[in-house]
Structures are given as C-alpha cells and as structure tokens.
Design a protein around this ligand. Structure first.
Ligand SMILES: Cc1ncc(COP(=O)(O)O)c(C=O)c1O
Length: 402
C-alpha cells in the first residue's frame, strides 16, 4: 500500500534510498561498527569521558546527546523525510518544546478537535502568558483562512483529528500559512510515517506522540519533532538541552525496536479497523461510525490524495448513552485504557479521559459527547475482537433494553 520512498530527502548515512519498509527495519546505522551488533546498543551512560581538554568523542552529557537516542532521532527523521529529528520523554515533551519557538503576542491556529493534553498545555500555560490561540475546525479551509491574522505564526493540526477523525488538507494549510511566513505543524501520531509524510505535503514541522504507533507495544513513552530547517534545529536543540525532557536510552531502544515492525503493524491495524468499522456501522445499537476509510467520509478523497492509508483509529456514537459504560465494563479483550497505537486493542471514553481537559462547550461543539467511544484497533485476530464487541453489546441489550 505504501509508496516507495526512493526520493527520501534525508542526508543521514545508512539505507536511505531504499523503500520505507526496509528503512524502518535498518534505521540509519544497520549494525554497530565496533562490535557488529545488529541491534543498536543501549548506551546506558549519563556521561562520557573526554579524551583530553578541548577534545570530545561527540558525546558529553546524556541530557544533551546519547548514542542510542541519536540513532532513534536519525531514524525518525529518515522515515518522516526530514533532516532533523529530536526525541523527547513524551509527546507532550515534544509539543512543550515546539511551542517555545513562539513568543507572547504570537497567534496560533489550532485544530479544535485535538488531544486534550495539547489543549491544556496551550490554554492553561501559554494563553495566560500572552500567546493567542484560535481553536478552529481546520478541516474547513474557509474557517481556517478566516482565522488568519497578521500576527499568526503557525497552524497546528492533528489529521486525522482526535477523536472525530476529520481530515485537514495539509497542502492548502501550508500554502495559507506560508503566505504569512509562518509554520504548518502536523501532529502525525494517528497515521504514523507509514501512512502519511506531512513534510512532503508542505508542512514545516511534524510532531509525534511516539508512545503510540512508533513504539507500538504500549510499553514506552516517547515524543518526536521532525523538520528540515537549520535555524529551527538550533533553537529546538537549545530548548531540549535546557529543559531536559530528552528520551532515556532504554526507551529510545524500545522505540527503535518498535519502529522495525511499523509497516507490518500499520497494515494489520488498518485491515482490522476497516472490518470493525464496517461491523460497527451495521450494528443496531450504533448511531454513527467515524472512520476516514469509509467512501462516504466527508474527506475520503482528500485522505486518498494526501495519505497512503486510513489507520487503525475508529470513533463511534452509541445510540443510547448508557451503553457506553456497559461496553467499557464488559469488553474483555479490548482493554478500557487511555492510549492508542499499540498492538493491544484499547477503548477510550474521550469525554472523561483524553478530552477531559477541554471545556464543555468546545468539547460538545467538536462532537465529544457522552455517546462517543474511541477504539484503537490492535493487531489481534479480528474475529476475536468482533466477538468481544458483540458479547459486550449483548450486555447492553440486557441492561439497557432494545
Ligand atoms: C495525537 C496525540 N498527540 C500527542 C499526545 C501526547 O503524547 P504523550 O502521551 O506521549 O505525551 C497524544 C497522547 O495521547 C496524542 O494522542
């Protein structure tokens, strides 16, 4: 399904120029040049000895640079088609660093339908300092264009959006903001570089919660920024070094290991998601299913034009709000937990979990109501997953009637 990436812009050594699935497996240093180790060593060292005064191996102190983290940063840059990658302890660590590129007085347009933690960071900590944000349905280009101001410095989008699965036109948003000399920032967590490369579509900066598909096993937290601008690199590295939210070596290794199977996992996540989305849509207790892979999704054509797949995330409304709690209690294979993108299927109740930080009027306007559930479809056997959902819906019938 994915295109070949023979035009990869990365300047890093290693197997750039091969197709993406090969690059995912090998990263930029396919074996350790000293020992031949095929798996990148975990350099569990907080500091590095200098050979002499004014001399350095290139590594000095672990907050600033670490060889395991550096390989991960190069690999994520490679697969996102950027020149530079920076790895952080969490996705929020990455977004906290990114926002420091801007100043009080700057205006930023943000997708209104986005991860609640990003909203909380911008609204609770940056708005009071004089940053201005417009929370817009960025899938509506007219609304987005109308929100631009002379002081707009960036558009920050999640596409597909979290949790309503709206798709924003990356190319057009990039054109809009570039006319003002600003940046388009895309949170590419939901599709991962296997299905979408925003930098190729004109975005300036990509951010990721690496905790999700990149790590892929619900066992590590991580965050990334990828871009290709030398001046931004200096500023971002300085924040990373000063604030100290850099990723630890063992977690960097876990994410490197996760990335090796990204292609296989994403294909299976998507295959399972499409079957489950169709099954849910036909279910008598389900009102609406939000999945960009449906041909009648409002931005289906746009998704096909800018992405190579639709991903493994589904949101849906149950007809009876009381069914939400019964489903969450009775699902046993699909785990009721707050995250996404791992091999295990997870179900989330956005109203109180991922989007609990968003004020009610904004949440309701975005569609995050008491009827909404979000499913991160894992890589289990799809019939087993559907069986689990079916049994949980049968409990709804018993408890809440037909
Ligand atoms: C789309 C998106 N971006 C960013 C984040 C924040 O990432 P983390 O939890 O790794 O800090 C999340 C977390 O759920 C997310 O879903």
């Amino acid at each position: 399904m994915a295109d070949s990436v023979s035009d990869c812009k990365s300047t890093h050594p290693g197997p750039a120029g091969f197709s993406l699935d090969t690059m995912l497996v090998h990263g930029t240093v396919p074996f350790d040049p000293v020992t031949g180790a095929v798996s990148t060593p975990i350099y569990q060292s907080s500091t590095f000895r200098h050979p002499g005064l004014g001399q350095s191996t290139g590594y000095d102190y672990g907050r600033v640079v670490n060889p395991t983290r550096s390989e991960l940063e190069r690999t994520v840059a490679l697969i996102e088609h950027g020149k530079y990658g920076l790895a952080f302890a969490t996705g929020m660590g990455a977004i906290s660093t990114l926002i420091k590129l801007y100043q009080p007085g700057d205006h930023i347009i943000v997708s209104e339908d986005l991860y609640g933690g990003t909203y909380r960071l911008f609204h609770d900590y940056y708005e009071p300092c004089g940053y201005a944000f417009s929370w817009i349905d960025t899938s509506d280009l007219a609304l987005t264009a109308a929100a631009l101001r002379p002081e707009t410095k960036a558009i920050f989008v999640e596409t597909p959006s979290n949790p309503m699965m709206k798709v924003t036109d990356i190319r057009t948003c990039a054109e809009l903001i570039h006319r003002r000399g600003g940046h388009l920032v895309v949170d590419n967590t939901f599709l991962s570089p296997w299905f979408q490369n925003p930098l190729d579509l004109g975005a300036d900066i990509v951010v990721h919660s690496g905790t999700k598909y990149l790590a892929g096993h619900n066992d590590a937290l991580a965050g990334f920024i990828v871009h290709s601008d030398e001046r931004l690199e200096e500023a971002l590295r300085n924040v990373q070094k000063s604030e100290g939210a850099a990723l630890a070596p063992f977690d960097a290794w876990l994410v490197l290991r996760g990335i090796k199977t990204l292609a296989l996992r994403m294909e299976r996540h998507e295959q399972n998601a499409l079957s489950i989305a169709r099954w849910l849509r036909a279910h008598r207790r389900v009102e609406t299913v939000f999945y960009p892979g449906f041909e009648d999704h409002p931005q289906y054509a746009l998704s096909r034009a800018q992405s190579r797949g639709f991903g493994g995330m589904i949101s849906f409304y149950v007809k009876k709000p009381a069914d939400a709690a019964v489903l969450l209690k009775n699902l046993s294979l699909v785990l009721f937990a707050e995250s996404l993108g791992g091999v295990e299927s997870l179900i989330t109740y956005p109203l109180v979990q991922t989007h609990g930080a968003i004020p009610e009027p904004m949440r309701l306007a975005a569609g995050v109501t008491e009827k909404l559930l979000r499913l991160s479809v894992g890589i289990e056997n799809v019939e087993d997953l559907i069986g689990d959902l079916d049994r949980a819906f049968a409990h709804c019938e018993k408890e809440n009637g037909l």
